[in-house]
Design a protein around this ligand. Structure first.
Ligand SMILES: Nc1ncnc2c1ncn2[C@@H]1O[C@H](COP(=O)(O)OP(=O)(O)OP(=O)(O)O)[C@@H](O)[C@H]1O
Ligand SMILES: [Mg+2]
Length: 221
């Protein structure tokens, strides 16, 4: 059978450093000679980016079920058009948030049934399950203050999830940690209150262990 690629997802609350480290890891792996595809969720496709705008921009009465279904639509498209083809081409796929964010936000934060989400998600992702989930764990107060800090995350204004109260974000954090407890082999939990370089060293080491275990080699430069 042809070599399949490796799927790495970054998860964690607001301002935990997902985007920073997804980009840094992608660059690092490219320098090592791996074929890398970096994508994000929601987003990664034109429709996904429009759904992202709706989901993150609206301040109306979107409930957790509507959120989950919109995220799921974006997820289905990025899996079909970006993630699955890149894995088939033996690339390292790095995704900035994936379905565990739904379990944490719409499940832990919003109270939507985990069993229901798991069943829909299984149909959407199929075998595109992450080989490694890098969970960047930080207290919500710390993460949210980073987002609010100079320039904020990506230099953008706060989104509707960032504007939810600290209690919501505590539930999200607890739900992420519960996902990690349920699948200890798939997850690495990294203390994201450390400096950016300390976090990155752990991100890089965990990713390289998985790439080696899967036998994925750098492609010739
Ligand atoms: N370990 C760190 N220590 C201090 N600041 C950090 C650290 N990691 C990232 N930051 C800073 O925190 C801010 C948010 O980081 P980033 O955008 O990567 O988080 P995120 O997890 O992608 O956030 P979001 O969930 O809102 O997308 C950025 O300004 C970034 O430079
Ligand atoms: Mg981000």
């Amino acid at each position: 059978m042809a070599q399949r690629g490796v799927l790495l997802s970054f998860e964690g609350g607001e301002g935990s450093g997902k985007t920073t480290h997804a980009r840094r890891l992608s660059e690092h792996l490219k320098e090592l000679g791996f074929a890398v595809k970096l994508t994000r969720e929601p987003g990664g496709t034109p429709l996904g980016e429009r759904i992202r705008e709706v989901l993150l921009g609206l301040d109306d009465e979107l409930g957790p079920l509507e959120e989950f279904l919109l995220f799921s639509t974006a997820r289905a498209q990025v899996v079909r058009t970006v993630i699955r083809p890149a894995l088939k081409a033996a690339s390292v796929v790095v995704v900035d948030r994936y379905y565990h964010s739904s379990y944490a936000y719409q499940g832990g934060g919003g109270g939507l049934s985990l069993e229901y989400m798991r069943s829909v998600t299984a149909g959407i992702v199929g075998d595109c399950v992450p080989d490694l989930v890098l969970l960047l764990d930080v207290a919500p107060e710390t993460g949210l203050s980073r987002c609010a800090g100079a320039g904020g995350k990506d230099g953008t204004a706060s989104d509707r999830f960032e504007r939810k109260d600290v209690e919501f974000h505590r539930k999200v954090r607890a739900a992420f940690l519960e996902c990690a407890r349920a699948e200890p082999k798939r997850f690495v939990v990294i203390d994201a209150s450390q400096s950016e370089d300390e976090v990155f060293a752990q991100v890089r080491d965990a990713a390289l262990v998985v790439l080696r275990a899967r036998g994925l080699q750098p492609t010739a430069k």
